[in-house]
Design a protein around this ligand. Structure first.
Ligand code: GLN
Length: 554
């Protein structure tokens, strides 16, 4: 008989932002390390069909998958914690997508004669999406976005309630993450918010099996028992989820608490203990770095770190590979524009200009690229950061004084960055950029030396994820190259033969590289992305704390 597929549903109570995504990802990591074929999915209760059109201010970063899906940032956590699962657009869906599917089917006559309703039509569609997300995996961990008690989450909760009866109680486990605050005035851990949140779940028919209690300290046995009693959960199924200094410590902490052991026991899965040796060694490197570097991240969303989530994680991974702690100094590009904080950049070991949209702060980012180029400070430009490095180089090295990106000067005369051909006829905003994985050919040598790109990747064929509308204008390629900007990575369209610039670098500079794609989406703590490894290595070697900077032509 085929193995019975198992499901774990992760819900959250009391507050948002208590780490549901990381908790779910950590469970996924531990179960995968036990040898189980795991997949994960996120269901989001908002009406956008996907988060692609949402401001990262509001909902954090948009995480892009190989297939071009624009997904919730939790997919980023899943990708970093779970090694073998391949995530596609099936692994992230929203209320908007569910309704869109149901309404299209209704218009096509798919429900002829019926009144289309939340129960059963929306809930059935949610269950179909869950089945699709689970795919071929033996165990699917499905996270419900939002907080129990939100009106929006109700259809998702109703669907997962039904699934226990559909799939058999022994195959479904409900994990609920709540908050147990320590109230200093009373000197006590307070269990009431947890009791209320579980009460709310039980009112809609879901009895959680496992409670993960986020708190700033370990829950003593009597507190666990009290929670268990009020929430109808055995005391040994109540776990603490304490604050840890690095998110990568969460799985090792859960393993110490034997959370994964309890989960497999409850689901009747027979496995060996998880092999955490590599993971623990990585965590040890984060805990005890041998040195540190500071990277100036120049952006406009300076106060909202979640919009650069994958980026900050990829920098940490690059640090792990180089045995250093990476400090991120967020530098507001609008302040650089005003001339108030270019000095801040003098204190950093590397400058990074990440991806972005819109005109605000653009000139400040261009100044940051110029500073890094002329002062021989390692520079990493990602997507917009690469485009602006090209603009800067065109203005200051190619006498193209009006050089700009057509994104900011649509009528400009010297658009060294222009809109991609395929984008010109596009009128819809959602899901219409150049999205997802495209192959890129890396140039191995230039002038007798290995290129920086090849030194990092050590291969000529790579695949990277994209999310952009604009690109380097090929009309300007020859002048840029004549003046010393090397195109060390390109994409060639098989049908039309057109080339797109994917990577640029400066041969004489210690490390100056820009890429049109987003390498941060592929970086994992156990396999740090080669460009981040290369950038941090350069920052370590050339930076203030390391060897004196190499001299380059700039
Ligand atoms: N705004 C630029 C473009 O659309 C860069 C996009 C990005 O950085 N992701 O091409």
């Amino acid at each position: 008989m085929a193995k019975q597929k198992k499901y774990i549903f992760v819900t959250g109570g009391v507050l948002s932002s208590i780490g549901k995504g990381i908790a779910a990802a950590s469970i996924g990591m531990l179960l995968e390390q036990r040898g189980i074929k795991v997949t994960m999915a996120k269901m989001d209760p908002y009406l956008n069909v996907d988060p692609g059109t949402m401001s990262p201010f509001q909902h954090g970063e948009v995480f892009v998958l190989d297939d071009g899906a624009e997904t919730d940032l939790d997919l980023g956590h899943y990708s970093r914690f779970v090694q073998n699962a391949e995530f596609t657009r099936k692994n992230s869906f929203t209320t908007g997508r569910i309704y869109d599917t149901v309404i299209r089917r209704e218009r096509a006559g798919g429900y002829l004669g019926k009144t289309v309703q939340v129960i059963p039509h929306i809930t059935d569609e949610i269950k179909r999406h869950i089945d699709e997300a689970a795919g071929e995996a033996d165990l699917a961990i499905i996270e419900v976005g939002g907080t129990v008690g939100d009106i929006e989450s109700l259809p998702f909760l109703e669907a997962i309630r039904q699934i226990r009866a559909d799939k058999g109680a022994e195959n479904v486990l409900y994990v609920h993450l709540t908050l147990v605050p320590y109230i200093a005035a009373a000197g006590e851990l307070k269990t009431k918010p947890t009791q209320h949140s579980v009460k709310e779940l039980r009112e809609i028919g879901i009895q959680p099996d496992i409670l993960l209690c986020r708190s700033d300290r370990k829950l003593p046995k009597d507190v666990k028992e009290k929670i268990g009693l009020f929430c109808n959960v055995p005391g040994d199924q109540v776990f603490s989820a304490i604050d840890v200094s690095s998110i990568y410590e969460v799985p090792t902490y859960f393993a110490e608490e034997k959370l994964d052991e309890k989960i497999v026991e409850r689901l009747g899965i027979w496995t060996s203990s998880p092999d955490l040796s590599k993971w623990s060694a990585m965590v040890e490197k984060i805990r005890k770095p041998k040195g540190e570097v500071t990277i100036g991240v120049v952006g406009k969303y300076t106060d909202w770190r979640d919009s650069y989530k994958s980026l900050s994680e990829a920098l940490i991974h690059g640090g792990v590979a180089n045995d250093v702690k990476v400090n991120m100094l967020y530098v507001d590009s609008e302040e650089i524009e005003k001339g108030t904080n270019l000095d801040l950049l003098r204190s950093v070991d590397g400058v990074l200009v990440p991806g972005g949209f819109g005109e605000r702060g653009i000139e400040g980012k261009i100044k940051a690229a110029e500073f890094a180029r002329t002062e021989n400070v390692p520079y990493f430009g990602i997507c917009l950061g690469m485009q602006l490095a090209v603009v800067e180089f065109a203005r200051n090295r190619c006498e193209l004084k009006e050089a700009n990106s057509a994104e900011f000067r649509p009528e400009g005369r010297e658009s060294v960055i222009h809109m991609m051909e395929a984008q010109k006829s596009v009128t819809e905003k959602g899901g219409t950029m150049r999205l997802g994985a495209y192959p890129c050919q890396v140039l191995s040598k230039f002038g007798g030396h290995a290129t920086k790109a090849y030194t990092a990747y050590k291969k000529e064929q790579i695949s990277e994820r994209h999310r952009h509308r604009f690109e380097v204008n090929n009309q300007y390629r020859s002048v840029l190259e004549e003046r010393g900007l090397l195109v060390s990575g390109k994409y060639q369209d098989r049908n039309t033969g057109t080339e797109l610039v994917e990577i640029v670098e400066l041969p004489g500079h210690p490390w100056y590289l820009g890429c049109q794609f987003h390498p941060e989406f592929l970086s994992k703590p156990l396999s740090p992305h080669p460009l981040f490894v290369g950038f941090i290595k350069a920052a370590k070697e050339c930076g203030k704390g390391g060897q004196p900077g190499l001299k380059g032509i700039g």
